[in-house]
Design a protein around this ligand. Structure first.
Ligand code: OOG
Ligand code: MG
Length: 256
């Protein structure tokens, strides 16, 4: 199996909501470099099909998430317009294999940032919006099991995202005092604070700029940036009612 074969397999797995074996279980030499090349191939294919890049995501930026999937290194992926979800519409399970939800801080920049030497002060200066949000994940691998290169090739399990409507940028110095919880069918299943993400979710943006610099790419202004799950993710099924409760707003949706 070569790179094109894996791109095709992952593409079909996502399209048909049918899980595949992790690449590392078939090819023990499969590494991170090859994995990002496959992710890049999936992005090109998405763009060629008319999908639009809506943003970026960091993953595995908190210990809770690293332990959740037993992978201990931050990773990055891409987001598409078609992944943006609305609370009114809810979450469909139809084209998903085993969806999960996790709470995340969402950031938007007002200027592009590029290069390996970016620092936190530059990110703070460039931020225009901070939103409460949550990500919907859906690994394309059997049993939601994978190693680091597998999950990178699979665009870091990206499947959807909800973004709140209150710009919290003026409150950015208070973010770490926020508490967030995930309730499923009224039961609180996870709680955490944005501090869990590298001590400050804006540091995840620094890491994102650095990871994209390897590919000589900027993080563009006016795109959404998911900074990484604060808590372990909660598996979802048809019929679930989900509430992601933040200090200034609650994101609520049903799963159908
Ligand atoms: C991997 C993606 C991790 C996050 O925010 O940590 C991620 C997964 O859990 O499927 O998006
Ligand atoms: Mg995430």
């Amino acid at each position: 199996m070569n790179e094109q074969d894996w791109i095709e397999k992952l593409w079909q797995a996502r399209l048909g909501a049918k899980a595949i074996e992790p690449i590392t279980s078939v090819d023990p030499d499969f590494d991170l470099k090859k994995a990002y090349a496959i992710q890049e191939g999936l992005l090109s294919r998405d763009l060629k099909q008319g999908n639009k890049l809506s943003g970026y995501k960091m993953g595995l930026t908190s210990l809770a998430k690293q332990r959740d999937v037993n992978v201990f290194e931050p990773i990055r992926g891409y987001l598409l317009d078609s992944m943006k979800l609305s609370q009114a519409d809810g979450l469909s399970t139809k084209h998903r294999i085993h969806p999960r939800v996790e709470p995340e801080i969402v950031v938007v920049l007002k200027e592009d940032l590029k290069g390996p030497n970016v620092n936190l002060a530059q990110v703070e200066k460039a931020v225009s919006h901070i939103f409460a949000g949550c990500e919907i994940l859906d690994s394309r691998y059997h049993g939601y099991k994978f190693a680091l290169p597998d999950v990178v090739a699979d665009n870091t399990s990206a499947s959807g995202y909800f973004v709140g409507s209150t710009n919290l940028v003026e409150k950015h110095s208070e973010l770490n005092s926020f508490k967030v919880s995930i309730k499923k069918n009224g039961e609180e299943l996870q709680t955490g604070s944005p501090e869990a993400v590298l001590g400050n979710p804006l540091k995840a943006v620094v890491e994102l700029v650095k990871l994209l610099a390897v590919f000589d790419k900027p993080v563009l202004a006016n795109k959404v940036i998911l900074t990484g799950g604060i808590t372990a993710a909660v598996p979802l099924e048809k019929g679930d009612q989900v509430e992601v409760v933040w200090p200034f707003e609650t994101l609520a949706f049903s799963v159908f």
